[in-house]
Write a protein that binds this ligand. Structure first.
Ligand SMILES: Cc1cc2nc3c(=O)[nH]c(=O)nc-3n(C[C@H](O)[C@H](O)[C@H](O)COP(=O)(O)OP(=O)(O)OC[C@H]3O[C@@H](n4cnc5c(N)ncnc54)[C@H](O)[C@@H]3O)c2cc1C
Length: 471
C-alpha cells in the first residue's frame, strides 16, 4: 500500500500505527474495536479528500471503511486490513432558509439540536447526543419525534456523495434517484455521504417525562405501555426500558437501582416526549403515572432543545477505555401485533435471566414506537424497509470481553429462545443500526436487498466501500 501517494494529494491526514491520529480514529464506542488495527486512518477535510481517498483505494486494491460518530454497537467501521476513513472532524452544521439543515456527516446529534434550537425547530434525532448524523442516516434514525415526523432519513432532501467508483454527485429525488434511495437506510453501501440537507419542523411546546416502576410490576408496565402507545396521538412518544441493576451489571446502572425500587432487581424506566402542553401529556400518561407501582414521576414542559438535551445524557462515551471493559451487544426485532400476557412473560423472563444467571452480566430490553409517520412511507420507497412494525424491540446484553467465554454462547441461546417464544409477534425484520452477529443482510433490507445490491454494484464496481451488504 503506497500511503505516500495518497498523502501527496490530500489536504487532510493519512496516519499509520503509532501516530496519534491513528489512535483517535479507532477510538469508538465499542471497546474491543479500539484495539483493532486498520491499515491506516485517513482524516479528510472535505468531499475532495474523500473522492481522492476512494480513487486511490480503488487503484491500490484496498477497502475503505467510513466512520462518522463511531457509535456502531459492534465497532463495525474499525477493521483490520482496511483503511478507516474518519469523517468525525467534518462536522459543520447550519440552519438555512425554509428550515433546511445542512450538515456534514461527523456532526453529532446534540450539535444538530443546538443548530435547530434558536429557530424553535425539531427533528427526530435518536436518544444519544454523541451519535453522528453519518451513521444515523446510514440505517434510518429513530427518535422521540418519529411518530410525528418519521425517521431521520424520511426527512432527507438532498445529499452530496462520493461513490465507490470515485464520482462526486449531488443526489435528490430528481438527480441520481437510486443513490438518493440508497442513502435512506442503505447502510452506506454504494457511496459515502459528505453532506446532508435535512428538513426540520417547527417544534412548539414540548412536555418531557420520566417514570420509574418497580420490578414487581414489570408485567403490568409492559401491558400498560403498549395500551397507551396504541391509543395515543402521534405527538406522543414513549420508550420503555427494563434494565438490570448491580455493580457492573449494566452500563451505567447504580448498584442498587433507583430509590423506591426493590434493590437487587431490575427496574422499569418509561421516558418520552409530547409535542404539546403539559396538561394534555398528563392525561395521556395517567395510566402509567398514577399507578401505585410508579416510584418516580417527572413531567416538565420546556423548549425542544432542553427536552432533547435531557434525553441525550451520554457524554464521554468515546473516551479511551481499557480492553477489559465489557462490550454491550445490541440486537433488534420489530413487533407487529399487540403485546399479550404470554409475550410479556417472555420479555420479563429475558431480563430476569440477565439479572440472576451467574454466568451473565446484565442488560436491558427496550421498546420504542415504530408506527405513525414511520409507517406512512411505503416499504420500497427508501432502502430502509421496515414500515409495518408497531414497536422496535431492542435487546441489550452486556458481554464478556473474552469472545470465547461460556456466557457468549448462552446469550445466543437466550435470545434465540425468546424470539422463538414470541413467534408471530415479530415481523422477522431487524434494524441495521442495531446490527447483531446473528442477523443477515436479508433481515436488515428484506425485499429491498436485491435493489440495494444492484445499486452498489453499479456505483462501487470494485467493492471499495466496506458495508454490511455482503457477509
Ligand atoms: C448509546 C447509543 C444510543 C443510540 N440510540 C439510537 C436511537 O435512539 N435511534 C437510532 O436510530 N439509533 C440509535 N443508535 C444507533 C446508531 O444510530 C448507530 O450506531 C449509528 O450507525 C451510529 O452512527 P455513527 O456515525 O455514530 O457511527 P459509526 O460507527 O461512525 O458508523 C456506523 C456505520 O454507518 C455507516 N456510515 C457512517 N458514516 C457514513 C457516511 N458518511 N456515509 C456512508 N455511510 C456511513 C458505515 O457503514 C459505518 O460502519 C444508538 C447507538 C448508541 C451507541
Amino acid at each position: 500500500m503506497d500511503i505516500d501517494s495518497l498523502r501527496g494529494c490530500l489536504s487532510g491526514e493519512a496516519a499509520l500505527p503509532g501516530n496519534p491520529v491513528y489512535d483517535e480514529g479507532r477510538t469508538v464506542w465499542h471497546p474491543p474495536a479500539r484495539y483493532r488495527e486498520p491499515l491506516a486512518v485517513v482524516r479528510p477535510t472535505g468531499t475532495g479528500d474523500v473522492a481522492r481517498t476512494l480513487r486511490w483505494a480503488r487503484d491500490e486494491g484496498v477497502r475503505v471503511s467510513p466512520r462518522s460518530g463511531g457509535h456502531s454497537f459492534d465497532g463495525f467501521p474499525v477493521r483490520p486490513g482496511c483503511v478507516l476513513l474518519d469523517l468525525s472532524p467534518m462536522r459543520d452544521a447550519g440552519l438555512e432558509a425554509k428550515g433546511l439543515l445542512r450538515v456534514q456527516p461527523g456532526s453529532r446529534v446534540l450539535a444538530l439540536a443546538e443548530a435547530l434550537a434558536p429557530a424553535g425547530r425539531a427533528l427526530p434525532l435518536g436518544d444519544c447526543g454523541t451519535v453522528a448524523v453519518g451513521g444515523l442516516m446510514a440505517g434510518g434514525g429513530f427518535g422521540y419525534a418519529s411518530r410525528q415526523f418519521g425517521l431521520t432519513i424520511d426527512n432527507l432532501v438532498e445529499a452530496t456523495v462520493v461513490t465507490g467508483n470515485g464520482e462526486v454527485l449531488r443526489v435528490d429525488a430528481d438527480n441520481a434517484p437510486p443513490l438518493y434511495w440508497s442513502c435512506r437506510g442503505g447502510g452506506g453501501s454504494a457511496c459515502i455521504v459528505t453532506e446532508f440537507v435535512i428538513r426540520s419542523f417547527v417544534a412548539g411546546q414540548v412536555t418531557a417525562f420520566d417514570i420509574v416502576w418497580d420490578w414487581a410490576a414489570a408485567r403490568e408496565a409492559l401491558l400498560g405501555f403498549d395500551a397507551v402507545i396504541r391509543s395515543a396521538p402521534r405527538k406522543f412518544d414513549l420508550k420503555l426500558k427494563i434494565r438490570t441493576t448491580g455493580d457492573g451489571r449494566f452500563l451505567d446502572s447504580a448498584a442498587a437501582g433507583p430509590q423506591g425500587c426493590t434493590p437487587g432487581t431490575p427496574f422499569v424506566e418509561l421516558s418520552g416526549q409530547y409535542l404539546g402542553p403539559r396538561a394534555e401529556a398528563e392525561a395521556l400518561l395517567a395510566p402509567l403515572s398514577d399507578h401505585p407501582a410508579a416510584q418516580k414521576v417527572l413531567i416538565r414542559q420546556e423548549n425542544y432543545f432542553d427536552a432533547v438535551r435531557e434525553l441525550l445524557p451520554l457524554p464521554g462515551l468515546n473516551d479511551p477505555a481499557p480492553p477489559t471493559l465489557r462490550p454491550m451487544r445490541v440486537a433488534s426485532d420489530f413487533v407487529e401485533g399487540e403485546l399479550r400476557s404470554g409475550d410479556v412473560d417472555v420479555l420479563v423472563g429475558f431480563v430476569d435471566a440477565l439479572q440472576h444467571a451467574r454466568d451473565l452480566w446484565g442488560g436491558c430490553i427496550l421498546l420504542e414506537p415504530a408506527d405513525g409517520a414511520v409507517n406512512d412511507v411505503a416499504s420500497a420507497a427508501t432502502a430502509y424497509p421496515h414500515r409495518k412494525g408497531r414497536l422496535v424491540l431492542q435487546w441489550e446484553m452486556i458481554e464478556s470481553s473474552d469472545p470465547h467465554a461460556a456466557g457468549t454462547a448462552r446469550l445466543d441461546d437466550l435470545l434465540s429462545n425468546a424470539r422463538e417464544a414470541l413467534g408471530p409477534l415479530l415481523t422477522g425484520g431487524r434494524y441495521v443500526n442495531y446490527a447483531d452477529r446473528m442477523d443477515t443482510a436479508e433481515d436488515w433490507w428484506s425485499a429491498n436487498l436485491g435493489k440495494l445490491r444492484s445499486i452498489a454494484a453499479a456505483h462501487d464496481r470494485s467493492r471499495t466501500i466496506v458495508s454490511r451488504l455482503y457477509p
